[in-house]
Ligand binder design. Structure first.
Ligand code: PLP
Length: 386
């Protein structure tokens, strides 16, 4: 343990001087928002994830909300959402007045259990949200089979999974609507930011309208056409992203593949080192998909260890590792309890929640940083019989 060295966060952004220059250049230009850099970023992103359309928005939560709106989800509808996710995946369904039905996850990947989703489809179900937990895609083909059979929309919350692939296809090109987040802790950042991708032209057009107050043209288009006229067709929102954020996004996107390679390298070092520790149960990485490695999550073998997760968490934090827990099951939050969601209903999610810990993982970690995580985890688990 390196006493006195800076705590290692579980994730952090990488910003270069060239990124900063690109942002400053836009700040000196005519368009601070909805300008040429938004369009360029959308096109570059669509091409990166092999999607026909990409719509940039102000954050990943806005992307989920817009996805619900274009999918036509509304009051009285049900949306099936895994509970092992960030609250925003479920909240988006609530924004449009729908009821959330929580699904359990698989023990080995923490992605949604498709059989459990299938058992929860009713006549009111309108959409299913899949979350690519930690960066590893959910079972998208199985989910598409199910959603197609019932006429449901599959919304993939790929906030963890930019750059991931599923059966050789890029995440962003597979579900009916895929949403991404560019929060600084994710693999690439625009400060705050998000993206929706789709292959459906109708969804694309609707998303652009919902992003801009429900208005059919934007300020720049009207200026180019020399016209003041516009119509508000829907009750939309202001979910626009600025031009300078998109300049940053385009710069980040160019380096993304290299960053994911480094994340993968660190993940495999962790996997190798932890294979020898009995108290750690690794998550599975499946052969037919490539994780984008947003998070490195381990499960503690609580039957073997003499301490619980809270104790181990505290010791790792005091040793300077910025460990975290992803996630508190969404149905545990008071807001959802207030809606009648109960504990004891999702056995796998609830059990693994007690076991999970997220370790530091970001591309600028040095080999020494990785070694420090490995030896600190080893040392602390050894104290507790691991
Ligand atoms: C980060 C995240 C979001 C929300 O993205 P923001 O850009 O922070 O709004 C949604 N879902 C999941 C699973 C996330 O990790």
């Amino acid at each position: 343990m390196n006493v006195g060295s800076k705590p290692l966060p579980y994730g952090r952004q990488t910003i270069s001087d060239a990124d900063i220059e690109a942002v400053v250049e836009v700040l000196r230009s005519d368009w601070l928002t909805t300008g040429p850099n938004v369009v360029a970023f959308e096109q570059a992103f669509a091409s990166f994830v092999d999607a026909r359309h990409a719509i940039a928005v102000s954050n990943g939560t806005a992307a989920l909300h817009v996805a619900m709106l274009v999918a036509g989800v509304g009051p009285e509808d049900e949306v099936i959402v895994p509970a092992m996710t960030f609250a925003a995946s479920a909240n988006a369904a609530r924004y449009v007045g729908a009821n959330v039905v929580f699904a359990d996850c698989l023990e080995d990947t923490l992605t949604v259990d498709v059989d459990d989703v299938a058992s929860k489809v009713t006549a009111r179900t309108r959409a299913v949200v899949a979350v690519d937990y930690g960066g590893q895609p959910a079972d998208l083909d199985e989910l598409l089979k199910l959603t197609r059979a019932h006429g449901l929309v599959l919304i993939e919350d790929a906030a963890h999974a930019v750059g991931a692939t599923y059966r050789e296809r890029a995440v962003g090109s597979i579900a009916d609507l895929t949403t991404f987040s560019f929060h600084p802790v994710k693999q690439m950042t625009t400060g705050e930011g998000g993206m929706i991708t789709t292959n459906c032209v109708d969804f694309d057009e609707k998303a652009r309208v919902f992003r801009n107050h429900g208005i059919t043209t934007d300020h720049r288009q009207r200026e180019q056409q020399g016209s003041f006229f516009y119509e508000m067709k829907e009750l939309g929102f202001n979910y626009r992203i600025t031009d300078f954020q998109c300049a940053l996004g385009s710069m980040q996107l160019r380096r993304l593949s290299g960053w994911i390679d480094r994340r993968r390298e660190i993940a495999s070092r962790y996997a190798e080192a932890f294979a020898a520790i009995r108290g750690i149960l690794p998550l599975s990485t499946l052969e037919d998909r490539e994780s984008a490695w947003h998070l490195y999550v381990i499960k503690l073998d609580l039957e073997l260890l003499s301490a619980d997760r809270a104790q181990i968490f505290t010791e790792l934090r005091s040793a300077g590792l910025g460990v975290n827990v992803h996630y508190i099951p969404v149905h545990y939050h008071p807001y959802y309890e207030g809606l009648g969601h109960r504990r004891g209903t999702l056995p796998v999610t609830e059990r693994v929640y007690e076991q999970i810990l997220t370790l530091p993982l970001f591309p600028t970690m040095t080999d020494e940083d990785v070694q420090r995580v490995v030896s600190t985890v080893k040392e602390i688990l050894a104290r507790h019989g691991g």
